[in-house]
Design a protein around this ligand. Structure first.
Ligand SMILES: Nc1ncnc2c1ncn2[C@@H]1O[C@H](COP(=O)(O)OP(=O)(O)OP(=O)(O)O)[C@@H](O)[C@H]1O
Length: 803
């Protein structure tokens, strides 16, 4: 025991003053729940062992002796030396305790040196890492800046390029459009010209036709005039012929009268015929001549009539011709008018087209000018683009260079990270070794938020969290009457920490229950500090579920995913509470008035449960209901049943949930049929009753009895912790049901974690200080070495059973 005490770190005077067994920061920082299983880890601290050095002469007087003399920090260890140091075996005769003690002292000194060296190396590593990270960050920042700048430049350029491309394409489109317009206009112009020429030709033709027609018209008019003259003359001639005819008829009448007279005369003459025969003959001759002249006149008349008829026909023809010519003239006149109109229209159209053509020519020339300007602009833009390309390629080259540097730094960082991870592995191994040598219990502190019932403004906060690097996330300062009480734990959760945040920190611990470790998590703190909230929470809401439901969910999920590796798990759950130093089975189906009952020959009586620990450190409570569970659903219903059992007890006996200690136990047995491995883990999740000062509680009667029972069991817990901390020969585990139940967790080979729950309410500062002091003591307490329960089974023996 004396030699173990030499290994312990010196206590700070302030810690002593506070009555706290404080462990220095650096040492505690490495404290964790390692799970190294090997020849070294399976050995217990209390077992005798021999020292064997890596570069040794068999008695440990090796090169490491050089390290031994210089504690100032110039000593260095190689990996082999460290491993040799971790795997030392002490030599000597069986009962040469003195020799062995010396060897152990030597070995412990070397271990200290090694730990010191490692701490320095680790600090150096951390410093180097930080340096590298800062360099890396600055370079990455620079690089990112450059990248961002580049990106923005490239984007800008891309924008300019796209703008220019758009402009060019739009201009090209416009040019093409203008060209096509121009071509259309030219085509139109050409067509118009052709139409104009055709029109002109047509006009000329029409003009000549018109001229011809005019000539024809004038000829026709002349002809018509001549025909009219002729008609007039023919009419006149007709009139004269009619006059002549009437004259001839008159003459004929006169001649007839003359003939009559002649005949009369003939008669006279006949009378005077003879006389006148001659005369008659002459007269007859005269008559014949007259007849001949009459025939001739008749003939002449007939020929004149024929001529008149002809002339009339001719006149008719001329009239007809004239009418025809007049209609023709009229048609020609209309045609002339039409042509004149058409020619006028064509002229207007031609003028319009000429104007349009002129306008188009003007547009063409202006567009030609515009195209020229745009081409100039394009050339300038191309020039600019070239420049920009040049600068972009320069920037790209710079970027590539930066990228290369970043890559180099990445590589260096990866190397360093590799080194660090190697170091981390070594650190973990050393840490586990330290933990195993020290057998510490981990302590997490959780501060609940201020509740409306606290009735205190946040300004009067009495809890602060130090922000120094060494205490960040691990320190908590309690202010009481202007005095600061600093505490450091493995982890401190502020009032802002969620249930998930808390669970993340313990999930590894829960996982190790599946790996065959005994795991115990319990919550300690004054009434109303948040123990039940932390352990159970509100299982019905996913965000406020506590550690118990979350742990069980994880256990079932992990056990299922391990099935692919050949693992088969069997789980058994039990739940009990310790109320007034009495164990109560919360899953018992025979409950009466909140008490478990059993029927005996003498009638019904309360069950007496006894706690037993076997050689493997497994705890058994006689007659306790143990239920096989296969799913989280089953466990949830059991938890509900337990909650009901507790609440029944509460109602009947006017107790509060905090008036009893709640213990949930899950036994996990795993068999791997392929590797023939067997593990047995236990997960104990405990919600302790709330500590309360009698003076403050003002309890009386049953309530006073409960408070006294709680305080007694908690003070028994404190006694056990203090005895363990002082490494006393006798640890009073049996003084209370709670401590006896927790014996394997506190003094055995469990991985144990204590939550100390603290209320931020200033009126609770006294209790908070007590809780924190107690927790600090627990933190400094050395318990057994976590040991994994694993065996290799014969395939036929793979069925598990509990005693
Ligand atoms: N972290 C937290 N966030 C929000 N509310 C909390 C938190 N911790 C505790 N509370 C609330 O504080 C109140 C007291 O918490 P809880 O019942 O868990 O305390 P307790 O320590 O178990 O008390 P007791 O010892 O009397 O059982 C409850 O209303 C709970 O919801």
């Amino acid at each position: 025991m004396a030699s173990r005490n030499q290994n312990r770190p010196p206590r700070s005077p302030s810690a002593k003053k506070d009555g706290i067994d404080q462990v220095p920061f650096d040492k505690r920082r490495k404290i964790g729940l390692g799970r190294t299983v090997g020849p070294a880890s399976t050995g217990r601290m209390r077992q005798p062992f021999a020292v064997v050095n890596s570069r040794q002469d068999g008695m440990g007087n090796s090169d490491m002796g050089s390290a031994e003399g210089s504690e100032c920090g110039t000593v260095e260890f190689t990996r082999e030396e460290v491993e040799a140091l971790l795997n030392v075996k002490f030599k000597g005769k069986q009962f040469d305790f003195k020799g062995k003690l010396e060897q152990m002292t030597e070995h412990i000194k070397r271990l200290k040196l090694c730990i010191k060296w490692f701490q320095q190396t680790e600090e150096n590593h951390v410093l180097e890492k930080e340096k590298l990270q800062s360099v890396m960050e600055s370079v990455e920042k620079k690089c990112m800046d450059t990248e961002v700048e580049m990106k923005s430049k490239v984007e800008e350029l891309n924008l300019i390029i796209s703008d220019l491309k758009k402009t060019v394409s739009s201009l090209e489109e416009r040019v093409a459009k203008e060209e096509s317009d121009k071509l259309d206009a030219i085509e139109c112009h050409r067509k118009e010209k052709e139409a104009r020429v055709d029109g002109e030709k047509l006009q000329a033709l029409l003009s000549s036709d018109l001229e011809k027609t005019r000539q024809e018209k004038s000829a026709a008019e002349r002809k018509a005039a001549s025909f009219e003259d002729m008609y007039k003359r023919a009419q006149e001639y007709n009139v004269s012929l009619q006059q002549y005819n009437s004259k001839l008829q008159k003459d004929n009448e006169t001649h007839s009268e003359s003939l009559k007279r002649v005949e009369m005369e003939k008669l006279t003459i006949v009378e005077n015929l003879s006389n006148l025969r001659c005369h008659n003959k002459a007269l007859q001759d005269q008559l014949t001549s007259f007849k001949a002249s009459q025939d001739e006149f008749i003939k002449q008349k007939e020929s004149l009539s024929n001529e008149l008829r002809c002339l009339r026909g001719e006149l008719q023809q001329v009239r007809h011709d004239r009418d025809h010519q007049v209609t023709k003239v009229q048609a020609l006149t209309a045609e002339v008018v039409k042509y004149e109109e058409f020619t006028g229209k064509s002229c207007v159209e031609l003028d319009n087209l000429t104007i349009k053509s002129n306008a188009l020519e003007e547009t063409c020339s202006s567009q030609r000018e515009q195209i020229r300007i745009l081409q100039q602009q394009l050339a300038a833009a191309n020039e600019k683009l070239k420049m920009v390309d040049l600068s972009a390629s320069e920037t790209r080259a710079e970027f590539e260079e930066q990228k290369r540097i970043v890559q180099e730094l990445h590589d260096r960082l990866a190397d360093t990270e590799l080194q660090l991870s190697e170091g981390e592995k070594l650190r973990k191994k050393l840490h586990n070794t330290i933990l195993e040598l020290k057998g510490n219990i981990r302590v997490f502190c959780r501060v609940r938020p201020l509740l409306p019932d606290d009735g205190v403004a946040t300004e009067t906060a009495v809890i602060a969290y130090p922000t120094s690097t060494e205490a960040l996330g691990r320190g908590i300062d309690l202010m009481q009457s202007g005095q600061k009480h600093p505490f450091t734990f493995d982890k401190v959760f502020t009032h802002e920490a969620s249930q998930q945040d808390v669970f993340v920190e313990i999930s590894q611990l829960v996982q190790s229950a599946l790996d065959g470790y005994k795991v115990c998590i319990f919550a300690y703190g004054q009434t109303g500090s948040g123990k039940t909230y932390t352990m159970m929470g509100r299982p019905e809401t996913s965000e406020q579920k506590g550690l118990i439901p979350r742990s069980l969910e994880q256990i079932f999920q992990a056990s299922q995913s391990l099935q692919v590796q050949g693992w088969k798990y069997k789980m058994q759950a039990s739940m009990l509470e310790i109320y007034n130093e009495t164990i109560r089975d919360l899953l018992s189906t025979n409950r009466s008035n909140g008490l478990d009952v059993s029927r005996t020959e003498n009638g019904v009586q309360g069950k007496q449960y006894t706690i037993k620990h076997d050689a493997n450190g497994n705890t058994h409570v006689s007659d306790l209901t143990v239920v096989d569970v296969c799913s989280i659903k089953e466990i949830s219903s059991l938890l509900q049943q337990a909650a009901k059992s507790r609440s029944v007890g509460k109602t009947q006996m006017n107790e509060q949930s905090s008036r009893s200690h709640f213990v949930f136990t899950l036994r996990i047995s795993g068999v791997n049929e392929s590797t023939e491995q067997q593990v047995q883990g236990v997960l104990n999740l405990i919600d302790l009753a709330g500590s309360e000062r009698l003076s403050k509680s003002g309890s009386t009667g049953d309530r006073l009895k409960e408070t006294q029972a709680i305080n007694k069991s908690l003070s028994c817990l404190a006694d056990v912790i203090f005895a363990l901390a002082k490494r006393e020969d006798h640890v009073p585990f049996r003084n209370s049901k709670l401590t006896y139940l927790l014996q394997p967790c506190l003094g055995g080979d469990s991985k144990t974690l204590m939550f100390v729950n603290v209320s931020p309410d200033p009126s609770s500062i006294g209790e908070s200080l007590c809780s924190l002091r107690f927790a600090a003591r627990v933190n400094a307490c050395e318990i057994g070495i976590p040991r994994r329960q694993t065996t290799t089974v014969r395939p036929s023996d793979s069925r598990l059973s509990y005693g």
